[in-house]
Design a protein around this ligand. Structure first.
Ligand code: NDP
Length: 449
């Protein structure tokens, strides 16, 4: 890194000492954009980097709610409105006990770049709460969501900030949030939230979009390297929204998915994962992945007992981390390489540690970076917003075709940028460079704001 980039990194590290995930995300971008900064000396004078890494606004708030026993519980709510440079703030809401400001900022920061890559007019944001939805009744989830929205509503709007789902926030939660927003605002502003159920303004194929989009991207990446998904063995961490639909599309492309996981452990089914059963356990029963063995006793269950998630010890051609940040570390990367992995597709946000990414790239393993590869979800959210504005619905096939085209274009942009700067097959840098240039040029055009 040159002196200027080092000074930016040093300043951001000093200002945010307790935010490791945020610093990790910033560092990855700074490491990638050096050639672009060298080509544009005016970016330094204009403070482009300094402005890009500082959120426009961070909102934190109290979320009090009453549990089924009548006790008052207080959680902390967040909304990081990172960038409105190219559209209204846009990004999901996460409900998970690990949520804190560092995680919100890293996710919001990544979202700016991801949204720029989609080619659609959406800014970057993220939000959520340290509320743990696991084991809560429907009524508790509803009371929490209503309390959360009772504060959040004043900061959002279909032309201001448009939240969506993320870990712990699916169709049920979006429904409760939307109901409360509509009640407070006394207006049907359909485009204020995305990921809505189709019956009241959601988009067909939004549920499938992130997982399907990931597979479209991985397919393009393999094709550009004279390979394909057909006949490949795949392992997918997580068993939530992204993982389930990545599994579905991977199988449709002729791959065999042999393992999936949740935070307690993973199942290995050498005959190929029974996805209908996973959907039943996770989407209907909201159960644990271990329950897979009740129907398939021949499969194997491996419990997670350390930082090295056991799923990465299973032999596969392609690994798709689709659970959470930093879930695949250097140890796991080494095991995957030893076992002959050829490609990694990041379905989750920042699932690889920096060391794991560097290791894969140094071994010639293809890496589909999250900012690009999981952008299909937010792209389809933007398509949901346009349908809401038009008061019109596209068919499933129409939305999927648009999604596929967007993912193909995103891969092309990553490839072009990596080639332009002589970084062969480094799509991680390619994604950062492609998004950064677009954002920097928008910043230049809009003056010092
Ligand atoms: P879900 O809540 O639907 O599923 C999350 C899955 O990951 C669950 O199987 C969960 O297991 C597992 N998981 C969560 N935390 C951990 C952990 N600390 N260790 C191991 N496993 C864990 O979330 P999504 O599928 O929506 O999101 C998954 C990832 O994809 C996140 O990084 C998210 O930011 C990213 N993403 C999601 C998009 C979307 O459209 N939904 C769009 C783009 C990115 P358990 O049930 O045991 O907690």
């Amino acid at each position: 890194m040159n002196e200027y980039l080092n000074s930016v990194l040093e300043a951001v590290t000093r200002k945010n000492p307790n935010e490791p995930e945020y610093l990790q995300a910033v560092k990855e971008v700074l490491l990638s954009v050096e050639p672009l900064i060298n080509n544009h000396p005016e970016y330094k004078k204009l403070g482009i980097l300094e402005r890009m890494i500082e959120p426009e606004r961070i909102i934190t708030f109290r979320v009090p709610w009453v549990n089924d026993s009548g006790d008052v519980i207080v959680n902390r709510g967040f909304r990081v409105q990172f960038s409105s440079l190219i559209g209204p703030y846009k990004g999901g809401l996460r409900l998970h006990p690990t949520v804190n400001q560092s995680i919100m900022k890293f996710l919001g920061f990544e979202q700016i770049f991801k949204n720029a890559l989609t080619g659609l007019p959406i800014g970057g944001a993220k939000g959520g709460s340290d509320f743990d939805p696991k084991g809560k009744s429907d009524a508790e989830i509803m009371r929490f969501c209503q309390s959360f929205m009772t504060e959040l509503y004043r900061h959002i709007g279909q032309d201001v900030d448009v939240p969506a789902g993320d870990i712990g926030v699916g169709g049920r939660e979006i429904g409760y949030l939307f109901g409360q927003y509509k009640r407070i605002r006394n207006a049907y502003e359909g485009g204020v939230l995305t990921g809505k159920a189709v019956v009241y303004g959601g988009s067909l194929a939004r549920t499938e979009a992130t997982g399907y989009g990931l597979i479209f991207y991985v397919r393009e990446m393999l094709a550009a390297n004279n390979n394909s998904l057909n006949g490949k063995t795949v392992i997918i961490s997580g068993s939530g929204n992204v993982a389930i639909y990545a599994c579905e599309k991977a199988a449709a492309n002729g791959a065999k998915v042999v393992a999936m996981s949740d935070s307690n452990g993973c199942i290995y089914d050498k005959n190929g994962i029974d996805l209908d059963l996973i959907k039943q356990i996770k989407e209907v029963q909201r159960g644990r992945i271990k329950e897979y063995l009740n129907k398939h006793p021949e499969a194997e269950y491996i419990e997670t007992t350390s930082e090295d998630a056991p799923i990465w010890g299973i032999k596969a051609d392609i690994a798709l981390p689709c659970a959470t940040q930093n879930e695949l570390n250097l140890n796991s990367a080494k095991k995957l390489v030893e076992n002959g992995v050829i490609a990694i597709g990041e379905g989750a946000n920042m699932p690889l540690t920096q060391e794991a990414t560097d290791y894969f790239l140094s071994k010639g393993v293809l890496v589909a970076p999250a900012k690009a590869a999981n952008a299909g979800g937010v792209a389809t959210s933007a398509i949901e917003m346009s349908q809401n504005s038009m008061r019109y619905y596209y068919t499933f096939e129409e939305v999927e075709a648009k999604l596929e085209k967007i993912m193909i274009n995103i891969f092309k942009a990553c490839k072009e940028q990596s080639e332009k700067y002589g970084l062969k097959n480094n799509y991680v840098a390619g994604a950062n460079l492609a998004a950064f240039e677009k954002l920097a040029e928008s910043m230049k055009a809009q003056g010092v704001v």
